[in-house]
Ligand binder design. Sequence first.
Ligand code: HEM
Ligand code: HEM
Length: 345
Amino acid sequence: MSSLVLTIRETLRYRGAIGQWSWVLHRITGLGVVLFLALHVLGVGMAFYAPGLWEKEIAVYQSPLFTIGEFALVACVIYHAYNGLRISIFDFNPRLWKHQKRAAYIVLAATVVTLVPVFALMFNHVLHFYETSPQVVGIPFIIETLLPYMIGGAVAVILAVVIAGVLGLFVKGGPQTVSAKHLDNKVERFWWSFMRISGVLIIPLVFGHLMGQHVIQGVFDITAIDKVVVGTSSVNLSGTATEYVAHRWNELVAGIAIWRAYDVALLALVVVHGFNGLRYVLTDYTMGSPLLRRASIVLTLGAGAGLLLFGAGALIGNIDQDAINMAVKTACELGRVVVGCEAVP
Ligand code: HEM
Ligand code: HEM
């Protein structure tokens, strides 16, 4: 914890160097996206495991508070992607290092240039939604929906500390080299390369994903009635978020469920990259305590593996008509605008 305070103090004190600020921004944006990712994979997966919960989460996504968060999320993804690309190119080509400063400014400029049209298109979706069919939920509903996820997060942290404590009884000295900066160890060298290669592979996948959910259609179109679901030939007849995911995952092209295959690749790369990044951050700030350092590794490894299994389970599952009926029932109880309230007991 004292190393976290030291980092913040020294970052604020250290003036002028763009390299320092791009490091801070890269870290903050990476953390923001990984936190969203955990909530998001748990939410989308519920379309298969417990459709009512996915309907509630999408209602939260469509609230004004989260609309602001959505703009921040897109900005984080775009800056982190461009800056990550810069890091990857420069790290594999050390002779380019003399251009670092200019490259950091180019990353900032490219982020702004990309964000202007993207935000304009996203804002257009927001305006359209509030002009036509606002189904806005309040703060108490948001807290009630997100509380189980927050409690789950807190339990995971406590469990990680307990497991790390027990492991400490058997492992002498604990892990030594866990930071990305210590490349003297083969395993860490693998992760160093993995972060750069996976980052570059993630760019088209995550940009394509956001293009579908934010630009071509907006977050609000996930629950639009009688609208063709983006990237499919099917129409969302009920207007539930569960039917939307079902059409995406059931879309076949030449016998292949392309969006399932796409999401498998996205899930594997972003979860492993994001949770390993989280490990770098947590272990950097827990250097003074072997217990907390070990807990950081247990937490990121356990939570990352758990999220992968949960997301993969949903991706191979089948979202059928019964699941859509359950979603309709919850949406009707919430007073959301969907089709089929009378038909579902
Ligand atoms: C979009 C393409 C992406 C690229 C090109 C990229 C690239 C990178 C690179 C090069 C690093 C530095 C690794 C190191 O220091 O060894 C990094 C760190 C990180 N990335 Fe990404 N990344 C991308 C997407 C993501 C996503 C989707 C997430 C969240 C799920 C994420 C979360 C993180 C975190 C938490 C770190 C650690 C930051 C730190 O140590 O300060 N990244 N990324
Ligand atoms: C508010 C922004 C976002 C929305 C509305 C959204 C929406 C969705 C939807 C509807 C699905 C279901 C299937 C599909 O349509 O492909 C999905 C799946 C997925 N999304 Fe997103 N997405 C957003 C941002 C992101 C970001 C930034 C990431 C990566 C960091 C991401 C990673 C994933 C993954 C890994 C899956 C598969 C989940 C699983 O296996 O259960 N999404 N998303």
